[in-house]
Write a protein that binds this ligand. Structure first.
Ligand code: SF4
Length: 350
């Protein structure tokens, strides 16, 4: 039976897309417009299934390895960044590339390389297998860096005597948890060298701040976002840390069983930096079908950051080739793109 309790919804602000995600999506859209479908993207352009499915429907093919990209076809690097070895492989194959790495991820690459050039052992605070960390590690010799995933790793990390120590972080970590790790590192290495600029990005920090501001006042808290999204997962942790016991990460509005909210009268709601705002609106529409809603947006800060598209760096005349055997991902897309693709190939041959 549906609850007839009115439901107050505290909407966190800011929430949803950040400047880096917006830019990455716009880059792929610009590629679709300029080159036609299919457009290849190495790795999920951003970590949101909804966004990926929409892009696949428009003719984007996501691959994990460059070997899955046919010769001569432009390939986009995802917002998480790639190691230089991937850039070199693309060059060796003559693949035109478009880099959608978030400028703030690229800034962490620069910070890490600067530390390395000045002779430091670089401690990389982050999740070992996250694509952002895999990309970043590619800029550093393996012996000169170590990944610190948690406090225990910070307590146990060994550095060779007399080598200066510096750190950088993944952009999408918990501000609070990372602060604890850095505290341990500072204690162990009193001359620890800090990044010149904060390496947890503004969007991650702001969304956590907004969650922190409201979650303690709510009986339940929902984060719209994919389980693969680091910053979305961190928001659920923040909501729990400030005392909300009923917290859930919801990839799609339809996936929420509304019975879960039956005894709830105050709900907190936010969306990770890779989750589109329209999912928030869809969820609110769903809630409104069974409850009378009072919606209150709680802004903690205003975001004015926008990143320019690197349009001038788009390769001008890609040579489209469809001579390679289709990969698994291509098979999935084949029906959808066959007509467009052959039309484009013919146009280029004409
Ligand atoms: S979450 Fe931060 S680092 Fe990641 S794409 Fe957005 S702005 Fe860039």
């Amino acid at each position: 039976m549906e609850s007839h309790l009115p439901l107050k919804v505290l909407l966190a602000a800011p929430r949803s897309f950040c400047a880096g995600v917006t830019r990455a999506i716009q880059i792929v859209e610009a590629c679709l417009e300029r080159y036609g479908a299919p457009v290849y993207v190495r790795h999920a352009i951003v970590h949101n299934e909804h966004v990926l499915r929409e892009m696949e429907a428009k003719g984007v093919i996501f691959v994990e390895e460059l070997s899955e990209v046919p010769d001569g076809v432009p390939v986009v690097f995802s917002a998480h960044g790639v190691p230089p070895s991937v850039v070199r492989s693309a060059e060796e194959r003559g693949l035109p590339t478009i880099d959608a790495t978030c400028p703030l991820v690229a800034r962490v690459h620069q910070e890490a390389m600067r530390h390395h050039r000045s002779g430091c052992q670089v401690l990389v605070i982050g999740k070992k297998n996250h694509p952002e960390i895999l990309g970043l590690l590619g800029y550093l010799p393996a012996k000169e860096c170590q990944v610190i995933g948690d406090i225990e790793a910070a307590q146990n990390v060994q550095i060779s005597m007399n080598q200066p120590v510096a750190y950088v972080t993944q952009t999408t970590l918990s501000v609070e948890d990372t602060g604890q790790i850095v505290k341990v590192l500072r204690k162990r290495f009193p001359k620890l060298i800090e990044p010149r600029k904060e390496t947890i990005c503004y969007a991650t920090a702001n969304r956590q701040k907004a969650t922190r501001a409201i979650a303690a006042k709510t009986e339940a808290f929902l984060v719209l976002g994919s389980p693969t999204s680091s910053n979305s997962s961190r928001l659920t942790e923040v909501a729990r840390q400030v005392g909300c016991e009923k917290v859930r990460l919801v990839p799609e509005p339809d996936e929420l069983n509304l019975r879960w909210l039956d005894d709830v009268s105050v709900l907190g709601l936010t969306a990770g930096a890779s989750a589109p705002e329209y999912l928030v609106q869809q969820l609110i529409d769903r809630l409104a079908q069974s409850r009378s809603l009072v919606i209150e947006e709680v802004p903690v800060t205003e975001e004015k950051i926008h990143f320019r598209l690197p349009l001038e760096r788009f390769p001008k005349t890609p040579q489209i080739s469809i001579s390679r055997s289709p990969t698994k991902s291509q098979h999935r897309q084949e029906g959808l793109h066959r007509n467009k693709h052959s039309a484009l190939s013919q146009e280029l041959l004409a």
